[in-house]
Design a protein around this ligand. Structure first.
Ligand code: G3I
Length: 377
């Protein structure tokens, strides 16, 4: 039983005959029998929201797994590569980039008439800037390298990408300041001007997003304040940024308390008051602090999802909701944040066998309850 008291999203018969049986791509009906089983992309579209997921091009890709491919095609209006557009996959030399894996994802999106997001032109975080890249940037000159790289990547995809995470995670959550990478040490604030202006030049029709992981959770106060200062400076200095990407990697620390919701509202209100649109770019729920018992755990993730999405979807400026994967099987959290009891994490709307979980119902319920907006779609 779902936490909202409704029955399971798919009937037993549908599960056996359909997703769980690994249907070939495209073989799922666009709408299942019961009214409540509408694809998430359709529920979202009714409210002016694009629903989608991150996918990869490797062994866990929807191209390699027909059951997963069919599910992604049924549920999603948009996909974003989890890693394939990052510099460590594309390569450090702007004149010799490897677009193969990203192109496979672009083709999957095109074949299924899905939109494509881009992630990310500059992950301005030292941890993800290899020594070899730093060396090349210093040898070339930071401005020259950045302009050449963004021109090539944004230019390669052109209008196939409707929305780019131009810069990702540049604020240090501990200090609230810009992190201090090879780029901003050389260029200061100009790194932002150069990145967003070059993106505008080479992908003029794409939405330009600043993406970060400040969240509503306790302990994120400094991070939120730093992001607000950055967004304010973008406006002051006319940096062409359209939206704030709110990654939304959540956990369960009781953050959905009244106080915390009020803090989060204050943050979101300030962001939209500056004229930014909002999007959820990487939604999942880390269940490390939750019980072993699967039913209880799934009920908790569903409750966090509903509480969070209700608050977020109340903003008419929010028009995209992307999960960081659609099923638990290949979630990054199993590698990056394993549970102490050794059980696999269950952070996403579908389980390892592609069966819908209470979290899927929570997302559907939040979309049904959301007001209509004029979205990006
Ligand atoms: O592809 C190699 C494989 O060949 C090798 O055998 C294996 C051994 O470790 O590594 C594989 O690469 C890993 C890659 O994921 C693909 O699975 C990298 O080591 C690993 O670092 C990489 O992690 C990704 C991480 O970003 C760092 O790029 C995660 O999949 C991805 O989910 C995560 O995504 C980030 C967003 O981009 C930004 N926001 C936070 C989010 C979660 O950390």
């Amino acid at each position: 039983m779902e936490p909202n008291g409704k029955g399971p999203m798919l009937t037993r018969r549908q599960q056996l005959a359909g997703i769980a049986g690994g249907l070939v791509m495209g073989a799922l009906p666009s709408r299942l029998d019961a009214a409540g089983d509408e694809p998430l992309k359709d529920l979202a579209a009714q409210k002016g929201v694009l629903f989608g997921t991150a996918i990869s091009a490797g062994r866990s890709s929807p191209m390699a797994d027909p059951g997963y491919g069919a599910l992604v095609a049924r549920e999603c209006a948009v996909v974003v590569p989890e890693n394939e557009m990052k510099v460590y996959v594309l390569g450090n030399d702007p004149q010799a980039l490897n677009f193969g894996p990203a192109d496979r994802i672009a083709t999957f999106a095109q074949d299924h008439r899905m939109k494509l997001r881009g992630h990310t032109l500059l992950w301005n975080y030292g941890k993800y800037i290899s020594p070899a890249l730093a060396q090349m940037v210093e040898a070339t000159g930071a401005e020259k390298w950045l302009r050449a790289y963004i021109a090539k990547v944004a230019g390669h995809f052109g209008d196939r990408i409707y929305s780019w995470d131009v810069i990702n995670e540049t604020i240090d959550p501990k200090t609230g300041e810009v992190r201090g990478t090879v780029f901003d040490k050389a260029l200061g604030f100009d790194v932002f001007k150069i990145a967003y202006e070059t993106a505008r030049e080479h992908a003029p029709h794409a939405q330009r997003v600043y993406n970060d992981y400040m969240s509503w959770e306790v302990g994120n106060e400094t991070h939120r304040a730093g992001v607000l200062r950055l967004l304010a400076r973008f406006r002051k200095e006319n940096v062409p940024v359209d939206a704030l990407g709110i990654q939304s990697h959540l956990g369960n620390d009781g953050s959905h308390s009244r106080v915390q919701r009020a803090e989060w509202k204050r943050f979101l209100d300030e962001v939209v008051a500056m004229g930014y649109r909002l999007l959820i770019t990487e939604f999942d729920i880390n269940d490390r602090e939750m019980p072993r018992d699967v039913a209880r755990r799934d009920a908790q993730t569903a409750a966090v999802a509903k509480s969070y999405l209700d608050q977020m979807l109340a903003y008419p400026q929010l028009d995209q909701l992307l999960c960081w994967g659609l099923w638990d099987k290949h979630s990054w959290l199993n590698g990056f944040a394993p549970r102490a009891d050794g059980l696999p994490q269950r952070p996403l709307p579908y389980d390892d066998e592609l069966k819908p979980k209470p979290m899927r119902a929570a997302i559907a319920d939040a979309l049904r309850a959301a007001p209509v907006r004029k979205g990006i779609a």
